[in-house]
Design a protein. Structure first.
Length: 116
């Protein structure tokens, strides 16, 4: 069972950028889909962006044009580049896979706070 560790969060002003990293303890080559999710205070966790092993991506409407997901199988890492951040992007961000989600396995996440 691969472990995932998120990092790169922080406090940023509105309009700023952050790059989140998701480091896997093992190979992600065979993992078809890896996604970034977030949970804002008082809200349910939601999918932000997802990338397949073939490089196909999809995004939540709220982040399209601002966020970009990428993966490097050789480095066992997935990134989320977040630009033009808004206060409503404030949340704890997690990366995860369908298999781990089915078992309700989640990491610690990384906190992103966007000030207005």
């Amino acid at each position: 069972q691969v472990q995932l560790v998120e990092s790169g969060g922080g406090l940023v002003q509105a309009g700023g950028s952050l790059r989140l990293s998701c480091a896997a303890s093992g190979s992600i080559f065979s993992i078809n889909a890896i996604g970034w999710y977030r949970r804002a205070p008082g809200k349910q966790r939601e999918l932000v962006a997802r990338i397949t092993s073939g490089g196909s991506t999809d995004y939540a409407d709220s982040v399209k044009g601002r966020f970009s997901i990428s993966r490097d199988n050789a480095k066992n890492t997935v990134w989320l580049q977040m630009n033009s951040l808004k206060p409503e992007d404030t949340a704890v961000y997690y990366c995860n896979t369908p298999v781990r989600i089915a078992r309700d396995y989640w990491g610690q996440g990384t906190q992103v706070t966007v000030s207005s």
